[in-house]
Design a binder for this molecule. Structure first.
Ligand code: MEV
Length: 424
């Protein structure tokens, strides 16, 4: 049977599900039921979700948790997180509590400039292109007036347009390099609309516009967060711990294989808050990893120092976030997250997210240089295995007790689960 289809997007939701069920599933009824189980009973709410994307057939749930006790620049926060990885929220909560008694997180926004480019091919001489650009530059900005009107009222808009000659990299390649301030919005639609208007105005016979698009590389939309305390305040085996922690960060600064995993741990915290607030985690991911490789070698996004008895640990990361526009106001849980965060500006949200990333990295490194991560991970994973096996609350209680001081492996859990079940 053919598995291709035409006119699928025109099908009703039920027709789409029927077609999928009969085409791909041995048990079509169960497949349909599974999809329906995740529909929201509130039809209006379901319609809202259906319309976020095309061809929606159900909702895909992620756990939505909170990490309390974050103190950032002296202000208390409970940070909402949407994430499926077992240990992320627990780790953030533990670390937030730890630093809450050691001065909390100190954060600051370094810069907020975003970038977009009109990429074009021009075969003529550079001098006449420059003359044309200088002559038309104010018209290029003028061409965006209607789009930038509201943004300008809020203090944002286009900062500058530069002509860049990229012919050393690619034959005849040039670009208009446009910088933006997008205030509390992430600004992707705003930037792209401006760029397309600029490109329309700039176009002439000898200029071949290839494309106009924002860049997710935003090394000038930067935030930093740090924690610090005396070595003694770090707790048990403080000096030894500080030394190993410092070494772990140094390794991630020189060894890309380690740096990628190190930064992945940071993104565990960052993505979870970015998702919970309705922001674009793919944009954040792309920008963060590009920044980690800005010197030509992929490196840790965090750094650490030990000097004069003071342990200091910090992160510097580019983050393009919004607290207005996009999903932030549309998704009821994103709205709720922003209210829980006390309605932050985009700048405040950058700082909260950076603190969450730093906390996550602290948790991972602390575990890695002491007990190893499997102890904590597998305890949380045990819960997942037990759910997968369909364990009752009573069975779960018995098995959690049994594995309290024992390594958790899938096979060991299944074996013990079967014994407990037979006994019952
Ligand atoms: C797992 O999701 C993240 C860690 O691997 C991060 C790290 O190794 O630093 C624990």
């Amino acid at each position: 049977m053919t598995k291709t289809v035409s006119g699928f997007s025109k099908f009703t939701k039920q027709q789409k599900i029927d077609w999928l069920a009969k085409t791909f599933f041995a048990d079509a009824e169960t497949a349909k039921k599974t999809l329906q189980t995740y529909w929201n009973k509130d039809e209006q709410l379901q319609k809202l979700h259906d319309e976020f994307i095309e061809n929606t057939i159900s909702n895909f749930y992620l756990p939505y948790g909170v990490a309390p006790n974050f103190i950032i620049n002296g202000k208390d926060y409970v940070i909402p997180m949407a994430v499926e990885e077992s240990s992320v929220v627990a780790a953030a909560s533990l670390v937030a509590k730890f630093w809450s008694t050691r001065g909390g997180f100190k954060t600051k926004v370094i810069s907020t400039t975003k970038i977009g480019q009109v990429h074009f091919i021009y075969e003529g001489d550079t001098a006449s292109l420059k003359t044309y650009f200088n002559k038309i530059k104010s018209r290029l900005i003028g061409a965006t007036d209607a789009i930038t009107k509201n943004m300008r009222k809020r203090g944002g808009g286009i900062l500058d347009i530069e002509l860049r000659d990229k012919t050393a990299n690619l034959e005849n390649y040039h670009q208009l390099y446009v910088t933006f301030e997008t205030m509390d919005s992430m600004g992707a639609n705003f930037i792209n609309s401006c760029l397309e208007a600029i490109a329309r105005e700039f176009r002439k016979d000898d200029i071949e516009i290839v494309m106009s698009i924002l860049s997710n590389y935003i090394p000038e939309c930067l935030v930093m967060a740090e924690v610090s305390c005396t070595i003694e305040e770090l707790g048990e085996n403080a000096a030894e711990f500080a030394k190993k922690f410092y070494q772990a960060v140094q390794i991630a600064k020189v060894e890309p294989y380690r740096a990628v995993t190190h930064n992945k741990g940071i993104m565990n915290g960052i993505d979870a808050v970015v998702l919970a607030t309705g922001n674009d985690f793919r944009a954040v991911e792309a920008g963060a990893h590009a920044y980690a490789g800005r010197d030509g070698q992929y490196k840790s996004l965090t750094d650490c120092s030990i000097s004069d008895g003071i342990f200091r640990f910090w992160i510097e990361i580019p983050l393009a976030l919004g607290t207005v526009g996009g999903l932030t106001g549309l998704h009821p849980l994103a709205r709720l997250s922003l209210e829980m965060l006390q309605k932050p500006s985009a700048k405040e949200l950058m700082q909260i997210v950076a603190a969450a990333g730093l906390a996550q990295n602290f948790a991972a490194l602390r575990a890695l240089v002491t007990t190893g991560i499997q102890q904590g991970h597998m305890k949380m994973h045990l819960q997942n295995i037990l759910n997968q096996l369909g364990a009752s609350e009573d069975e779960k209680e018995q098995l959690i007790l049994l594995f309290k001081n024992r390594p958790v492996t899938y096979n060991a859990v299944v074996e013990e689960f079967q014994k407990v079940r037979i006994k019952a």
